[in-house]
Design a protein around this ligand. Structure first.
Ligand code: NAP
Length: 348
């Protein structure tokens, strides 16, 4: 079965997803595109032979499945419309920027009784993170105690704010922590100190987030968005009997003249292309099977919990103290492992 996909929002990442689905994802065809900027919509649609729709609502009617890659505050409207139409919907992070908006999405999905929403926390599909989780779950390093993470961007545009370091940058590490240890984060602290001279005036960069999981695992996340030298993503889990860390590079290490050299990506798109490709392969596969539920990987619940942690993170950034994460009870619809990402060779 070919899944006829429509993409709403074809800016930086939306266009990447259009090309990925059209050119590299078996079983997918991009038939429809919509964007607030009609010229951009026309130009991206022309690259793949898709039709341009004037509104997201019309696009949702015309396709089998929907990708939402417009800006965060617009996600709720499209995700809820896709749920109402009974269509699988892949929503870029954040599911929505406020807990109330995420609540409304959860309520709509629960009322329909089918899991249709997949959230774009692509690190769960990254081969290195997956290898790391396999070690943690397999027990080789014993009970996990701590995780150290770093998320370093080369630079950010002038409109990027201190708050966005929590909601747009560290949000990926928040999702990784919940997924890595299969438990909720119960408290967030955000520390700021000496500010990088490369940061805009008044901008609090870098930030150090301390996440506490329900069982007491502590996760420290260095989030720096003016690192300058590379897009550097790091992670290490410390267990009672050993440690496991992300490998330095997916490429080769060259040793010569008394030094070792390896490539560090400069852009997020380079670092996470294998993860983005894998997340869309998995999404199209699960839709093509025609199951009642059409989600794989992060669900609407994961999107809700990440936004709740970000809200606690924003409160912590303001207060300088530890802030608790308050979650509503997890609806029955999500209390299952059926949506987890299949590993190689897992029969469906
Ligand atoms: P972007 O370049 O600004 O693209 C967003 C596009 O959506 C723009 O063309 C924008 O048009 C359009 N748009 C805005 N409001 C719309 C609406 N109501 N209906 C339809 N289209 C609308 O942003 P981006 O960097 O691609 O980010 C898009 C989303 O992806 C964000 O939620 C972001 O957090 C997420 N993202 C995720 C990752 C990841 O690692 N998973 C990486 C990057 C981005 P105008 O420019 O005219 O407003």
């Amino acid at each position: 079965m070919t899944v006829r996909v429509g993409v709403i929002g074809v800016g930086v990442i939306g266009r990447e997803h259009v090309l990925r689905l059209a050119r590299r994802t078996v079983g997918a065809q991009v038939v429809a595109v919509a964007d607030a900027d009609p010229d951009r919509a026309r130009s991206v649609a022309a690259e793949v032979g898709a039709q341009v729709y004037a509104s997201g609502a019309e696009l949702i009617d015309a396709v089998d499945a929907v990708v939402v890659a417009s800006w965060g505050p617009t996600h709720e409207e499209y995700v809820v419309a896709a749920i109402a139409a009974g269509k699988p919907v892949f929503c870029e992070k954040p599911l929505a920027p406020t807990r109330e908006a995420c609540d409304r999405i959860l309520d709509a999905e629960v009322a329909g009784g089918r899991r249709l929403v997949t959230v774009g926390f692509m690190r769960r599909h990254d081969p290195q993170y997956r290898a790391m989780k396999e070690v943690v779950v397999g027990g080789a390093i014993g009970a996990p105690l701590l995780m150290h993470a770093a998320h370093r961007n080369v630079s950010v545009p002038s409109w990027f704010t201190s708050e966005m370091i929590v909601t747009d940058t560290a949000v990926h590490d928040i999702d990784v922590a919940r997924w890595m240890f299969d438990e909720e984060i119960v408290a967030v602290t955000v520390l700021t100190g000496r500010v990088s001279r490369k940061a805009q005036p008044g901008f609090r960069d870098p930030q150090l987030l301390i996440l506490e999981t329900a069982s007491g695992v502590l996760v420290d996340v260095e989030a720096s968005v003016n690192a300058g030298f590379a897009y550097d993503i790091r992670g290490e889990v410390v267990g009672e009997d050993g440690t496991v860390e992300l490998s330095e590079s997916a490429g080769a290490v060259v040793k010569r003249a008394g030094a070792a050299h390896t490539r560090v990506p400069t852009e997020w798109i380079e670092r996470f292309t294998p993860a983005f490709d894998a997340e869309f392969r998995a999404w199209i596969d699960v839709i093509a099977t025609g199951d009642t539920h059409a989600t794989v990987g992060p669900t609407a619940w994961d999107g809700y919990a990440a936004t709740a942690c970000c809200e606690a993170g924003l409160a912590a950034l303001r207060s300088g103290t530890r802030e608790r994460v308050e979650l509503r009870p997890e609806p029955e619809l999500y209390c299952t492992t059926a949506h987890q990402i299949p590993t190689e060779g897992t029969p469906r």
